[in-house]
Every structure is written in C-alpha cells, then in structure tokens.
Design a protein around this ligand. Sequence first.
Ligand code: AMP
Ligand code: FES
Ligand code: ZN
Length: 291
Amino acid sequence: MRCRCGKKAVFHSKVYRVTLCDECYPKFYLEIVKRSIKRYNILKKSEKILTCVSGGKDSCAMAYALKELNYDIELFHIDLGIGEYSRESFRSVEELSEVLDLNLNVLKLKDYGFTIEDVERRKVCSACGIAKRYLMNLFARENGFDVIATAHTSEDIVNFFIKNMLSGNIEYISKLRPRIESFDRFVAKAKPLFERTEKENATLVLTLNLPFTQIECPHAPQDVWKEIIYDVELKRRGFKQNFVRAIVKLAENLKLDWKVKHCKICGEISNTDICSFCKLRSTYGVLSNQS
Ligand code: AMP
Ligand code: FES
Ligand code: ZN
C-alpha cells in the first residue's frame, strides 16, 4: 500500500479512510490530537501542564504531541518500586526527556514509606492507582501546575466504563470526561488522548523512533474486557471511538459530586476520615512503623 505522497505506507485506517507513510503519519496524528483538544476544551496554551509519563508508548506519544503543539509542559514520573519494570520505565522516561528536551520530575513511592512490592497481591493494582493519583495531584499542586495530563486511550475509557457499569458504580462515569476542572485541593485533570487508540500511539512512537519500554508491569492482570473490546472493533470498525464519544456525552451530563471532606492525617480530599493513601501508608509503610 502507498501513501497519498507515493511513499510506502505504515498506517492504514478504515475509520479515517487514510493510508499514510512514516513522514505523513506524525503530521496526521498531531492534527487529530489538536482537533480533540480544541473540540473538547481539554487544554489551554496559557496553562502549565504536568505531563505524566509511565515509560510506555501512550504517554510517550502524549509528551511528543503536547510538545509539538507548543503547550507548556514538564514530564512527571513516579517510581513505583516494581523491580526491573520500574528501572526500565525510568530509563525510558529519562531518555524521552533528553530526546524531547523537557524537564523531568520524578517521585519515588519508597520515599512515602512503602513500594508496590510491599502491598499484598490481590490489592496491588488498586493500591497502585491510589498512589499514582495521590502523588500526581500532590506534586502538581505543590509545584504550581494548572493541570495534570494522563495518556488514557479510547480503549481505557471504554474499559473503565464497562467495568464500572457492571459493578453498579454509576457515579464514577462522570469522571470519564476528557477534562475535570480543579476543585478545592484537586488540580484539574486532562486526557488529551481519549479519542486515540493504542495502535495510533504505537505507530507514532515507532515511526519517530521515540524511546519507550515494552516491558509489561508484572502485576498487570489479564484483561478480558480489553480483549472483548478489540474483538468488537474487528467486527465493527470505529466502535471504540464512537463508543468513547457517547461515554463522554453521558459523563458531561452527569453531575460531578465532590465530597468536601479532608483526610485527618494529610489534609487531602477524601470520602472517609482517613484517605486511601494514608490507609496504605499505615498498613504497609511508615505510618505503621510510627504507631
Ligand atoms: P495506567 O493507570 O497505568 O493505565 O496509566 C494511565 C496514565 O497514567 C498513563 O498513560 C500515564 O499518563 C500515567 N501514568 C501511569 N503510570 C505512571 C507513572 N509510573 N508515573 C507517571 N505517570 C504514570
Ligand atoms: Fe501499577 Fe502495575 S503499574 S500495578
Ligand atoms: Zn491522607
């Protein structure tokens, strides 16, 4: 297959009806990211954006796109202390910060008294999510960032939606909007890649030869829903992106119901007297050693 410019194609999409080479694809990618950001008011040029990078392909693509689109960004990485996976992730984000010439901020979960390896097996993923959300928000607020950008993809959003619907967690769906404004001690959150697919992100980082790690987190569960989403996409092209737009419409019509309670230990917003991060610290880390 050939690109419209005549070169050998690296990307073909029935959804966008395009076939593109390695030179035309990055331009196309930037154009579709720009369009999403504008249509959904996800980011502003005046904002200081904390761009959260895991070391994987999706956040690598996000960092490249936001930099190329001239947003004011710095990179942020959390070292979760998951053995070789965390070491390799750190090497990738370090290289990415050099290649893109961007400042890299790093926090180590260990410095907060525990690592993901200390958490009991069946609670690892939820503990990891709690720690990441907590540290992203804390770092952004304490360092004067206006918004936190994460590289959630259309697959992630559809996956969250299905899982939360099935577990009756309807209120959570309001959080699936591409931008959540700041509130109390919460810094605004943005998902500039919410319409992108993993394939689009992978094609970008591979064509530009950007550094990213392919090592999977050893705790990542086999995700049956993600497999089902891919199967549906094979039968109905465009399913993910159409579905994600419908989810966002729904999310924007649901009220974001913030609870204005503060953790009695750290002062951050919490649904309960003690926030989930302080509970983790008291179970696995320093707070338990202090008591
Ligand atoms: P996940 O929760 O692993 O699906 O990741 C969702 C998004 O959170 C990624 O696309 C990144 O933007 C961000 N993220 C994940 N892990 C890290 C990390 N260790 N440090 C900084 N940001 C991260
Ligand atoms: Fe969080 Fe694997 S990255 S448990
Ligand atoms: Zn707390």
